[in-house]
Design a protein around this ligand. Structure first.
Ligand code: CA
Ligand code: CA
Length: 482
């Protein structure tokens, strides 16, 4: 089953104190009470940077903080036992747990191999830009610290398509290994974006496919997670996860809901991927993130009528995971495109209080980012989460009809007392908007449940009223909680 409200439970600059799993376990009951129904945990396996690795520089998928490898037993987030305990605690609190799955590349090989390779133009990976020759590639993974436990599989150059470093010449590049070709069915940025970083897995090699299936079964048996966040799907053959997920779903009998990271602002890239993978997963709504970012940095000169233009939540609401920011878009990171602080309550109202999409709240917004002096969004976000659960329910009527001030109403659900509301927000000056909640609300008196606008609004005999909003702000008009 798709989760209702997700929390991404990490940001890039968490301290490398091996403490996140313990904190997640202790936080479980609070997260459930706050309104979350699912938690996305960061990659749990040993990365090349050991305890300092955020998790995307995967070294050993079988080391969940259990073996002395890369100068540490725990990962950045803790030990394997603590990871499993956190999953159990979150699940006991009624939360679904999503594991972050990174299969595109490996880092931190144990040894080099001498292998013939061709050099490709980093800007256009369809073009060779040098003669073939011997390079020294970091492609031999033997995992001496694990010593064959759980799996005796060892990786060598035949399992990879390419690397970006020749150790012999101390030279950076995009090197395709002898006898290999880039995957055809991948994103076409840079001509062909199969190669991202590290040692790129060859998803045409049957040994690789079999090993990733075996690992998936092992991982699920160890952790019993409920679903996945799939990393870098645009760099992996578009049909790979169709097979990988369906295989695991069949083996386990679990639904294994999944969301993929396809980082593109172009809606057609996302719908093409969804169609290519047979709708086997949802995708993050990257175009919506960019609309929110632009609106937040336009000083009111964003046309709010167009905030959902060319977004996945508009085109395929049942396949969209909406988000405001994440560990890649935060300041200092590779895809930095941070939504400005003043706009965060508006952005979260736009993903939390509407019908379409599965919203995912960012840890850095919920808890703040001390590394950059960024505060948590604060009480407004807590209120919005409660409003999503208890108030913003039922039929939705849109008033996305003004350059600055837009709104929508939710008609409520009969069996949920106090449900139903009118949401109004402005990226420019304050003002008001006439909206209707329906005759069920005739004569009711509503207040701003976010507390941004004082006073109350009286609905007429049709359940309509003119609702006010302050400049650069959001108000949610509903019934006073009893
Ligand atoms: Ca790849
Ligand atoms: Ca505007």
């Amino acid at each position: 089953m798709a989760p209702n409200t997700l929390l991404q439970y990490f940001e890039w600059y968490l301290p490398a104190d091996a403490g996140l799993w313990k904190r997640a376990a202790a936080d479980a009951a609070h997260l459930q009470q706050a309104g979350f129904t699912g938690v996305w945990l960061p990659p749990a396996y040993k990365g090349a940077q050991g305890i300092n690795d955020v998790g995307y520089g995967v070294y050993d998928l079988y080391d969940l903080g259990e073996f002395d490898q890369k100068e540490s037993i725990p990962t950045k987030y803790g030990t394997k036992d603590e990871y499993l305990a956190a999953i159990r605690a979150l699940q006991r609190a009624g939360l679904q747990v999503l594991a972050d799955i990174v299969l595109n590349h490996r880092m931190g090989a144990d040894a080099c191999e001498q292998v013939d390779a061709e050099s490709f133009d980093p800007g256009d990976r369809r073009r060779e830009n040098g003669p073939e020759g011997l390079i020294s590639a970091w492609t031999k993974f033997t995992f001496p610290g694990r010593n064959g436990q759980y799996s005796s599989f060892q990786w060598n150059h035949t399992h990879f398509d390419g690397v970006d470093w020749d150790e012999r010449a101390k030279r950076k590049g995009v090197f395709q290994l002898e006898g290999k070709g880039w995957e055809n069915e991948v994103d076409d940025e840079h001509g062909n974006y199969d190669y991202l970083m590290g040692a790129d897995l060859d998803m045409d090699n049957p040994e690789v496919l079999a090993e990733l299936d075996r690992w998936g079964e092992w991982y699920l048996a160890q952790t019993d997670v409920d679903g996945f966040r799939l990393d870098a799907v645009k760099h992996i053959r578009f049909t790979f996860f169709t097979h990988w997920l369906e295989h695991l779903r069949q083996k386990s009998g679990k639904k294994l809901w999944a969301v993929g990271e396809y980082w593109s602002p172009d809606l057609s890239d996302l719908t093409h991927y969804l169609d290519s993978c047979g709708q086997t997963m949802c995708l993050f709504d990257v175009p919506l993130h960019f609309n929110l970012m632009r609106a937040s940095s336009s000083n009111g000169n964003f046309d709010m009528r167009r905030i959902f233009d060319n977004t996945l939540v508009d085109a395929r609401p049942e396949r969209a995971v909406t988000f405001v920011d994440n560990h890649d878009t935060q300041p200092g990171q590779a895809l930095q495109s941070w939504v400005q602080g003043w706009f965060k309550p508006l952005a979260y109202a736009l993903i939390l209080l509407r019908q379409g999409g599965t919203p995912c709240v960012f840890y850095g917004d919920y808890y703040g980012i001390p590394h950059d002096g960024i505060n948590a969004v604060g009480p407004q976000l807590d209120i919005l989460l409660r409003l999503r659960r208890d108030v913003a329910l039922g039929e939705q009527t849109d008033y996305l009809d003004n350059y600055n001030i837009i709104g929508w109403t939710r008609a409520g659900e009969g069996e949920k007392p106090g449900s139903g509301c009118a949401v109004i927000l402005s990226d420019g000056p304050g003002g008001q908007k006439e909206m209707c909640l329906g005759v069920r609300f005739a004569g009711q008196t509503l207040v701003d449940l976010l507390g941004n606008c004082p006073g109350s609004v009286q609905l007429d005999e049709t359940g309509s009223a003119s609702f006010p909003v302050n400049g650069g702000s959001v108000s949610v008009w509903g019934m006073t909680p009893v």
